[in-house]
Design a protein around this ligand. Structure first.
Ligand SMILES: *Cc1c(COP(=O)(O)O)cnc(C)c1O
Length: 388
């Protein structure tokens, strides 16, 4: 049995006629960039994310970059972010000649540890960028408290967490000053190329984001500020407008798949419960925990990825690859150990939790169209290997 990490063709088959019609409509309209289709998407997403302003942009990376530009991050400013995330979170800070300051991760959620943030604040700290990794919220109350105390802005990297609710029920992207989303095809809501979104409830920031999106010109060709080409293609917006009504059902399927993994891992006596942090004979696999599951929200965790931890992760991965089961390592090298950040002077051992996550974590397939048999087979294959 083949179990790919992601099967976008399977999703396309379920909505093919609506997608095809939208693509043809866009071809005939030849309205290709921004315009009414993007405006409709922004309106739809304001509703879905329960925020006041949505601004469609060219990618999740550009969402982060434009957000930092909107709050006026300048050379020498310090921006605190988790050392364990996708590269874009740190890359955009350096591209503005600001200084990324890395923080430690929480061992249960993989998200930035608020206690670690507090120690990193200096007079140059201008922003904190929490990442809602794998589809679950960072501890935002604590982060906002620190930000308020020191008058620092918070940019949420919600690229993997569209629709996720925080413990008080609020949707992510609404809690910090700006929220950043990605429509990269592997995200829960993916378009047919690159695309992204920034959200805010602040009218002034929204206006600034819209101007920065078109090179900083307003009116057109008159520039008070310098922006960039951060425009979203209309054809991507059309695809997203077709997909958005299906998103909740897809999220539910991901959650069902996560429960099946938990059940099968426990049945195979590879784990006793979710959220364990120590390996032993009965816990050879550490399962991810939805920490707000007790709140009974529909979107406490949207499982963009289902990430387990095991000792000897690389050998297990080889075994799974040989058995045609797709996996990925998110992420093998935390920022503080990346070559491009060597000049910042960090060393191995500076962030033991993040380094442990980077060493032991492995993502197994979780996409909505996955069958129960495929999940069963994946867990069986892992069990065979770990019980040898
Ligand atoms: C995907 C992702 C991004 C970047 O999004 P792109 O659309 O690929 O540019 C940023 N941060 C995180 C955490 C991501 O997962």
């Amino acid at each position: 049995m083949k179990v790919p990490l992601l099967d976008l063709k399977a999703q396309y088959r379920t909505i093919k006629s609506d997608i095809d019609a939208a693509l043809i409509r866009m071809a005939e309209s030849q309205s290709l960039i921004l315009g009414p289709e993007v405006e409709l998407l922004e309106k739809n997403l304001n509703e879905y994310l329960q925020c006041k302003y949505s601004v469609g942009v060219s990618s999740g990376t550009d969402a982060l970059l434009i957000a930092l530009m909107a709050i006026d991050i300048k050379p020498g400013d310090e921006v605190i972010l988790p050392t364990y995330s996708f590269f874009a979170t740190a890359g955009v800070v350096s591209r503005l000649n600001a200084k990324p300051v890395f923080a430690e991760s929480d061992p249960v959620t993989f998200n930035i540890d608020p206690a670690s943030i507090r120690k990193l604040i200096t007079k140059n700290t201008k922003a904190i960028v929490p990442v809602h990794l794998y589809g679950q919220s960072a501890e935002m109350d604590e982060i906002m408290k620190i930000a308020d105390e020191y008058n620092i802005k918070v940019i949420e990297d919600a690229a993997q967490a569209i629709g996720t609710q925080y413990k008080d029920g609020r949707r992510l992207g609404n809690i910090g000053h700006i929220g950043c989303f990605s429509f990269y095809p592997s995200k829960n809501l993916g378009c047919f190329g690159d695309g992204g979104l920034v959200t805010t409830n602040d009218e002034e920031l929204a206006a600034r984001l819209r101007i920065l999106r078109v090179h900083g010109g307003k009116p057109k060709y008159y520039h008070k500020i310098i922006g960039g080409n951060f425009r979203l293609d209309a054809i991507q917006a059309a695809v997203l407008n077709v997909k958005l009504p299906h998103l909740d059902a897809w999220t539910k399927a991901r959650q069902t798949n996560a429960s099946l993994y938990t059940k099968f891992f426990i049945d195979h006596e590879l784990a006793e419960e979710t959220g364990r942090l120590e390996y032993d004979e009965n816990n050879k696999v550490l399962l991810p925990k939805a920490v707000y599951a007790d709140k009974q929200f529909s979107h406490d965790h949207i499982y963009n990825q289902y990430v387990i931890r095991v000792k000897g992760r690389d050998d297990l991965r080889k075994h799974l690859t040989e058995n045609e089961i797709g996996t990925e390592i998110y992420y093998p090298v935390p920022f503080h150990l990346q070559e491009c950040f060597a000049f910042l002077g960090y060393k191995k051992g500076d962030f033991p939790v993040s380094e442990w996550c980077a060493n032991d974590s492995i993502a197994v397939p979780i996409y909505p169209e996955l069958s129960e048999e495929q999940i069963k087979f994946t867990v069986q294959t892992i069990a065979e290997y770990l019980k040898k």
